[in-house]
Write a protein that binds this ligand. Structure first.
Ligand SMILES: [Zn+2]
Length: 327
């Protein structure tokens, strides 16, 4: 660890729309941060535009601290499948960087730096397990709800990477082989039923089926134009039909968790991600449904189902913690 920035590491969370860089200590307390937009476009450029943007965020934080980037262990959380050697093998929401080696690209731009690369949901899982809602649980699953579903698995106190680094792609667990198509190429993936985009799809289907009458009326009778955001806002303000739809999404959340429990037997599942505002509306029905869906039902220990505690910084904090581990 550098004497120039004692006790700090720098975590970077790369999202589909923004990149957050955060220097923090072992307790997750932030010393400096910077945010830049994620590069746009689906054109593959070998990760060059992403590396440029990440460098901008990193150098901004380092400058705030009065150090250079090489003085800090750097952790980078990326939304996609990371192979064990740190190559971004598949990133449907970050196509421009597919196949790239971000650690090498950052070293080209920043000089000698130590970069630890991990999946973004894995980073959030580490942060929540050590410092957040999952403290005290050695067998934990982090479920991040956003456009899709991300996952991080802590198994026996260790982050589960898998044989190739691809463990925890829980959103693409198939729950209905005849279900709607998923960007990954399969049909009926869990994230088609229990994510932000799932709320939108199920809202349109419900509207076409004559449900969500107030929302359809607000859209001038056009069922197709009803959006997921309409449903979540209406549910938060007490609309009963919107609440019923959120209950259905919550049931699907529990369905997937019960499937994961068959394999991993977690004691705690932490729900985080960009849908945090409506997480309580999903957790309550999921808590109600889960015991009836779990093998063993009431004869087994209940699984704690809790909202994430660290908010939108969890990914960056976790990336920083993993960098600290590796330093
Ligand atoms: Zn899928």
């Amino acid at each position: 660890m550098s004497l120039l920035a004692p006790g700090l590491s720098l975590g970077v969370d790369v999202g589909g729309t923004k990149i957050l860089a955060l220097a923090c200590d072992a307790e997750g307390a932030s010393a400096a941060s910077a945010q830049v937009p994620s590069p746009k476009g689906d054109v593959e450029d070998g990760g060059a535009s992403l590396a440029d943007a990440v460098c901008t965020a990193i150098t901004s934080v380092a400058a705030d601290l009065g150090v250079s980037a090489g003085d800090l262990p750097i952790g980078l959380g990326l939304p996609g499948m990371l192979s064990l050697d740190g190559v971004l093998a598949f990133a449907p929401n970050l196509r421009s960087a597919s196949g790239s080696d971000l650690a090498a690209l950052l070293a080209e731009r920043l000089g000698p730096v130590v970069v630890t690369i991990a999946n973004d949901a894995d980073c959030a899982a580490v942060a929540e397990q050590r410092l957040g809602a999952g403290r005290g649980h050695d067998d934990l699953i982090m479920v991040t709800l956003g456009t899709g579903i991300g996952g991080g698995i802590i198994f026996g106190g260790q982050l589960l990477r898998g044989g190739n680094g691809f463990a925890g792609e829980i959103g693409h667990m198939v729950v209905d082989v005849d279900g709607p198509p998923c960007p990954c190429g399969a049909k009926g993936c869990w994230e088609r039923y229990a994510s932000g985009s799932a709320v939108g799809r199920m809202a349109r289907e419900a509207a076409h089926a004559g449900r969500l009458s107030a929302l359809v009326a607000a859209r001038g009778g056009d069922a197709e134009s009803v959006r997921g955001e309409d449903v979540t806002a209406a549910a938060l303000s007490g609309d009963l039909e919107a609440r019923v739809l959120m209950d259905e999404v919550g049931w699907w959340l529990a369905r997937g968790i019960a499937n994961l429990a068959c394999v991993l037997d977690p004691t705690c599942v932490v729900i985080g991600g960009g849908l945090s505002e409506v997480t309580p509306l999903l957790i309550e029905p999921a808590r109600a449904a889960l015991p009836g869906l779990l093998e063993g039902g009431p004869r087994r220990q209940p699984i704690l189902l809790v909202p994430a505690a660290l908010g939108p910084n969890a990914g960056a904090i976790g990336a920083g913690l993993l960098a600290r581990d590796a330093a």
